[in-house]
Design a protein around this ligand. Structure first.
Ligand SMILES: C[S@@+](CC[C@H](N)C(=O)[O-])C[C@H]1O[C@@H](n2cnc3c(N)ncnc32)[C@H](O)[C@@H]1O
Length: 500
């Protein structure tokens, strides 16, 4: 069902000088991501009324930061003279001309949400994301999936990037830092207006915006980097452009993933957030494998969750449940009937990472995506792809010839327990501190080997030296290398070791 709620006008792009003063004014009020985190204890500001009420009570001061945070983050009305005082170089009138606020009876109300994010400021629609009265073309700000995609992206300097379904433009703005030219598309003119505003607000000039469906506005063009956070939610509704594709089941995600190869340069990477119709039992990756098979790309398939239909529907409809329990119950039934009609037993969530590579055979690999531990993953992704290339068809003898290096992004954790008047090691865990923050249990021999992976000596030499120093029994000595090889393969595969 498409709702007929009208959207307010998006903010307006004016002269570069106004935007420069606005940026300086916001920074002058220390309206920064660090300050938000310090004052409100979180950078994930939802627009739920209950949380907003708590945040408002934390900001008791009338200082410039508190004034702007109340206005732009918490949707609260603020006295006009306070806003003038908080950002004097811009003033209320200019904010109104930009379409950021409305002034009535001496009180200022924001018409957008404006958040500091890293060293950017990002405007999006104010208000709630999924209540009953949210317009179809509501433009959300930076959500958890936006951050996931931003962390996944390979951030190498390159010449061309595309952001498909740009919304407020955050992925395009991030790409603009390391890519010469970014093209961002969206089916929503309103989203493109926000993206244009955000580019101008941040003084970014290398982002081009195009209206259209999926890759249609990019016909015949290739890119070194493609990112997409499409409306991937499997739903019977077409209520929110950012959430519902309007296509059956996972059709939009499949189309986007299958369109990527034709638009990727050789060696280029694509990162697409996806959701897919899955079976209740069996391998979660099977449906995704069918999307990327014979694509001319190597594929890293990542999964962070598989939900049963009721959990899926209840999760997405929860904000509606908070404002209208009757509508919520009806919507739950509608979603469940839809999923049952399409015989969708479960819904998978994750990401598809593709790299175009001309080869007789491309590889496909699957891993869990640990969202709670996700760190910027560009470098990790490059290590994983390089390792997978190396390991494809690599015999043990060739593996033994490789000089391997332990990544600097690691920590070894030991669990000790006290026994016989001293501490003994109970277990050891090797953690990755970048990217997907993989973790793997290691035995004492593996842990002792790790410092020797210096990228200079071949694995064969490291294992030969170790088997001497470990004081192994003769029977153990023979089994040592065959037992070590699968462990080394796994460490390489996960990105703990690199082949130099
Ligand atoms: C979840 S929002 C993504 C916002 C932003 N890229 C981010 O990462 O936060 C999805 C966006 O895709 C747009 N969209 C929906 N269907 C589309 C399609 N078929 N082709 C391109 N964009 C589409 C929506 O208008 C919305 O702005």
């Amino acid at each position: 069902m498409r709702r007929a709620v009208e959207s307010p006008a998006p903010p307006r792009v004016t002269g570069a000088d106004t935007f420069r003063r606005l940026r300086e004014g916001l920074l002058g009020a220390s309206f920064t991501a660090e300050r938000v985190e310090a004052e409100l204890g979180t950078h994930e500001l939802s627009s739920r009324p209950a949380e907003t009420a708590v945040h408002l009570r934390r900001l008791t001061g009338a200082d410039p930061f508190s004034t702007l945070a109340k206005l732009f983050l918490l949707d609260a009305g603020v006295d006009a003279d306070r806003v003038e005082g908080a950002i004097p170089a811009v003033g209320v009138e200019a904010l109104e001309r930009l379409g950021l606020v409305e002034l009535a009876g001496g009180r200022v109300q924001a018409t957008v949400r404006l958040v500091p994010h890293g060293d950017y400021f990002v405007a999006s629609d104010a208000g709630h994301e999924s209540g009953a009265d949210v317009p179809y073309d509501y433009v959300p700000g930076i959500q958890a999936p936006s951050v996931t995609l931003a962390k996944l992206a390979v951030r190498r300097p390159c010449s061309r990037a595309a952001d498909v379904g740009t919304g407020c433009g955050i992925q395009a703005l991030l790409a603009a830092k390391h890519v010469d030219r970014v093209v961002a598309t969206d089916t929503s003119p309103r989203a493109l207006a926000f993206a244009a505003f955000n580019a101008a607000l941040n003084g970014i000039e290398n982002v081009e915006l195009r209206l259209g469906d999926g890759f249609e506005p990019l016909a015949g063009e290739r890119f070194d980097l493609i990112v997409s956070n499409p409306p991937y939610v499997i739903s019977p509704d077409a209520a929110h452009a950012y959430r519902d594709s309007g296509l059956a089941a996972d059709e939009l995600c499949r189309r986007i993933v299958q369109s990527v190869p034709a638009h990727l340069e050789e060696g280029g990477f694509a990162h697409v957030l996806v959701s897919w119709a899955a079976a209740a039992e069996g391998d979660w990756a099977d449906p995704l494998r069918a999307w990327v098979d014979e694509s001319g790309c190597d594929a890293w398939l990542l999964q962070y969750r598989t939900s049963d239909p009721l959990t899926h529907a209840a999760g997405w409809l929860k904000p509606l449940g908070e404002v209208d329990p009757v509508l919520y119950a009806g919507a739950l039934d509608r979603w469940l009937e839809y999923l049952e009609r399409l015989r969708i037993e479960a819904v998978g969530y994750g990401a598809v990472v593709l790299r175009r590579r001309a080869a007789d055979r491309n590889w496909i690999r699957t891993d869990p995506l640990p969202l709670d531990r996700l760190e910027p993953a560009g470098e990790h992704t490059l290590r994983v792809f390089a390792a997978q290339d190396t390991l494809e068809g690599l015999g043990d003898d060739e593996l033994l010839d490789l000089p391997l290096a332990l990544t600097s992004h690691h920590r070894l954790r030991q669990t000790l327990s006290c026994a016989d008047g001293g501490f003994v090691v109970e277990s050891q865990t090797l953690d990755l501190t970048d990217g997907l923050a993989f973790t793997i249990g290691v035995d004492r021999h593996t842990a002792s080997l790790l410092p020797h992976f210096d990228g200079r000596r071949p694995l064969r030499d490291i294992l030969a030296r170790a088997s001497e120093t470990f004081e192994l029994e003769p029977s153990e000595r023979e089994a040592f290398v065959p037992a070590a090889l699968p462990v080394v393969r796994r460490l390489l595969e996960l990105g703990f070791l690199e082949s130099r």
